[in-house]
Write a protein that binds this ligand. Structure first.
Ligand SMILES: [Zn+2]
Length: 152
């Protein structure tokens, strides 16, 4: 079977130039899969469905899944997180959060427009599966664009 990859450049309002790929089935790399080990099965199901819905490919970065208190503290010390892992715990420590990055034109993208489209795919997937999700990009004070978490 020959799979067709159609690359189309669409110009959206506000000078958004977004490459849209059709007839493309994305799959998580082994690295992304490894980074989801220990994450809540519901969130993994959401991520898998989001990858089917999303017009943009995405992956899971290092420390994007389950974290120990020590890992969380290390990220806090490096100023990569607001939560120290002890006094202030992260949803990542209970496996109820996942970080993602967009993958566009063969490389990782942290562009907020790309992140927002991937986040919309997560939110739609969560809705379809009946799980309530929050996207960090909609938080009022501290915006965490790569972050989604399960709300119980
Ligand atoms: Zn996160």
């Amino acid at each position: 079977m020959i799979s067709t990859l159609l690359l189309l450049v669409t110009t959206l309002p506000g000078n958004w130039v977004l490459p849209l790929e059709f007839d493309m089935t994305y799959a998580f790399s082994d690295r992304s899969k490894d980074r989801m080990v220990g994450v809540d099965q519901r969130l993994i199901a959401v991520a898998n469905l989001a990858l089917q819905i999303s017009p943009i490919d995405f992956g899971i970065p290092q420390h994007g899944g389950l974290r120990t208190a020590e890992e969380q503290r290390e990220l806090w010390e490096r100023k990569l997180s607001q939560l120290d892992g002890h006094k202030h715990k992260s949803y990542h420590q209970s496996g109820k959060a996942l970080d993602f990055y967009a993958y566009v034109n063969g490389r990782a993208s942290w562009d907020q427009k790309h992140m927002a489209i991937v986040a919309a795919s997560f939110l739609q997937a969560g809705c379809a599966l009946g799980y309530k999700l929050q996207w960090g990009g909609l938080w009022k004070n501290y915006k965490d664009f790569p972050h989604v978490q399960l709300v119980e």
